[in-house]
Design a protein around this ligand. Structure first.
Ligand code: RP5
Length: 181
């Protein structure tokens, strides 16, 4: 209905203020060709006003840079790393082995194996080096999981997250209601 729609837009408008301070999230990708997959997730950080940095760090083509990146981001203020990679997708796992920050891997559909290769490469980490794994190309869920982690220690982000979730609920309820009419 129009009333749940307007409630939804009120909630959304309140998520736009910028969170001050350093970048909280580092988004990295194995190749420039992964960039479009990451865009919907990056837009969520902008919507929430959460500062982030993004970079390209390939596990295979720039392994040394990957190590430096993983070891240096925490000092910059970063609390969660999101890493997207396709094919032999070692980037998220290698980052997790070089830092104790939480790492969220996004399997990218980049080869003839349609992303199943990337998914299995990321999800099957050895015991002791956990890497969270979202669905293939699902940068939105990676961003929302990162936001949930940040929300644990930041009431401002928590408030925005709760509004976002409420918005989502209102949207579905509004659609369901219109179907009944
Ligand atoms: C991976 O290989 C990247 O993450 C990308 O998804 C895939 C293909 O990379 P390009 O050959 O397009 O650079 O390392």
């Amino acid at each position: 209905s129009s009333s749940s729609k307007s409630e939804a837009s009120t909630a959304t408008s309140n998520t736009s203020s910028t969170i001050s301070g350093p970048p909280r999230v580092a988004i990295t990708m194995g190749s420039d060709s992964d960039r479009t997959v990451l865009e919907p997730g990056a837009r969520l950080f902008s919507k929430f006003g959460i500062p982030y940095i993004s970079d390209i760090t390939s596990a295979h083509r720039t392994p040394q840079r990957l190590g430096e990146f993983a070891r240096e981001v925490e000092a910059k203020g970063v609390r969660v790393i999101i890493a997207a990679a396709g094919g032999a997708a070692h980037l998220p796992g290698m980052l997790a082995s070089e830092t104790s920050l939480p790492v969220i891997g996004i399997p990218v559909k980049a080869t003839h194996l349609d992303g199943l290769d990337s998914l299995l490469s990321i999800v099957q980490m050895p015991r002791g080096v956990p890497t969270a794994t979202v669905g293939i190309n699902n940068s939105v869920n990676a961003a929302l999981l990162a936001i949930r982690i940040l929300a644990l220690s930041d009431p401002e982000i928590r408030k925005k997250l709760d509004m976002y979730i409420q918005d989502q609920t209102n949207e579905v309820l509004g659609k369901a209601e219109r179907m009944q009419q």
